[in-house]
Design a protein around this ligand. Sequence first.
Ligand SMILES: C[S@@+](CC[C@H](N)C(=O)[O-])C[C@H]1O[C@@H](n2cnc3c(N)ncnc32)[C@H](O)[C@@H]1O
Length: 612
Amino acid sequence: MNRRERRAAFARGQAADAAPASIAELTAEASRARHEGRSAKAEELCRRILSRDPAHSPSLNLLGLINQDSGRHRQAVKMFLKAIDVDDINAACHYNIASSYQFLGQRRAAAAHFKRAISLGMSDKNLEDFILQNPDIAARVNRTMANTIVPPTMQYPGEREIAAIANDIFLQCALQSKLIRGVPLELFLTGLRAELLGLAADETFASAKIGGDVAGLFCALAQQCFINEYVYACGDDEMQQACRLRELLLQGMAAGGGIPVMLLAAVAAYFPLFSLGPAPSLLAASWPNYAVDLLCLQVREPLEEADDRPSIAALTAIDDPVSIEVMQQYAQNPYPRWTTSLLTALADKEKRDRDGPADSGRPQSGEDILIAGCGTGQHAFHIAERWPAARILAVDMSLPSLAYARRKTRQAKLHNIEYAQADILKLATIGKTFDRIEAVGVLHHLADPKLGWRILLSLLKPNGVLRVGLYSTAARRSIAEARALIAERGYPATPEGIRALRRTIIRNRHEQRWNLLLATADDFYSMSGCRDLFFNVMEHTFTVPDITALLAEFGLSFLGFELDADVVNKFQQRYPAAGALTDLDCWNAFERSNPQTFRNMYVFSVRRNATD
Ligand SMILES: C[S@@+](CC[C@H](N)C(=O)[O-])C[C@H]1O[C@@H](n2cnc3c(N)ncnc32)[C@H](O)[C@@H]1O
């Protein structure tokens, strides 16, 4: 009996007579049965699978969903718990159990599992699509998108909708955890912030009673505003209102009395709380959990970073004029402002040794790796998790970026990264060599990138690997257009200038040149991302022939580009020959006909030949 016959037999209910199907086939059949509304059949199939493999998590998850479909949330939770017990890194199971907990009114458990699903990457699905599954949000987003004014001036009708949105635990978790991308949600959240500001003012000035859910929503939105570094557009009246509330908050702090959570959230949605002089006093007061999270993000963590900055070692001087300008840019806007790490979430499962000071760089057996221009540590995390036994030295010029990286590293209890301040141009003076050097998104910010290559190669051991990320001229065409617009309109590299540029692009979002940018450039949705994307004080872009010339000049072997599997498949269909993947002429031709191949960066590795 072939697969199709077996499927037909299942459909006729004759499976018992058939040859035993594989677990994979039974699982596919069970899933299909559920989607077709044949839940009894789906359940029976799951039970059959579990009789053969009691720890089969997809079946346990499916049984949970079948229970959920028919409103049996308690049974659903039991099944999802069993599935998670077997497979703790399955984002879908966490999302599913959270949905049932939400239905059962167990908000804290729901939030914990939604956050876990988010940190696990939502099974490679778009976070934003999940937010839009809430019909109240979808309806408001549609209305907002019909409005062409930025910031949106729409009057939102009201309490019922706000209550429905405030009840959405997933939305709150998403706002707290990750940068939300996309114009539709940005405009929705911008409007929502203005409306909640109005409610906070009503409560403050007219003693209106605001429920805890709404205050929780506003705290979460304030966290999102901090994560995107206050990139949302803001009208003049709205800013005046926010400034008035900030004054009131400061008065309340000086008086030492109780501060309403809505007032705290309103101020935090427009200004980072750590920037208020007496901010540390806020930490001493007692707050509901959602305000504690907000204060941790906006006060405790920034203060921890500020305290740590003076203790970061300086390995080299920084006196080159371009280096100083670049350093200042990344000190004002540390980049990237990442929040969760998928790899960390995955690594949680493995019981790593979590004792000892996190950034001590204490010796371990393994290779020496240099990360040149490590930024805020996301890059170093990836490397540390991939090579846990390596000794990693991660350097950057921006102290705030390094402090951010060190805080995240301490939090994750990663032990094998040592951070230090250094200019790549001076690294030859540190007297060390490395088995592997990483320079992703950095060399194109040097006045003379070739000099950077030369210095890094001088630190590479024979047979060592250099991994580089360089801007692609072809993929950055729309960025070049934005830079031309900035020059034409004279937008400064300040928060106001960045918001003005964004407003222009969002207003003209239907133009083809901005369309793709808005859909693909995550950096558009945060202040430091925009600074890095559009306002860099120094940047060069490259072509594949430029890379070919560099490799020839330095005598390096090309090891390959890093690309998504679908791009590689497309390339291989066009260039099936063995060795084509490392043939730069083929890649050059491919990029010419597919200019977005490398998004905005070529990421590739080269090997230094032992004879050098
Ligand atoms: C776009 S970020 C990339 C950060 C990191 N590699 C990543 O992929 O997340 C560029 C970083 O390079 C650093 N940088 C630029 N020029 C540098 C130099 N000459 N020496 C050391 N770091 C430099 C900047 O301070 C900034 O943090």
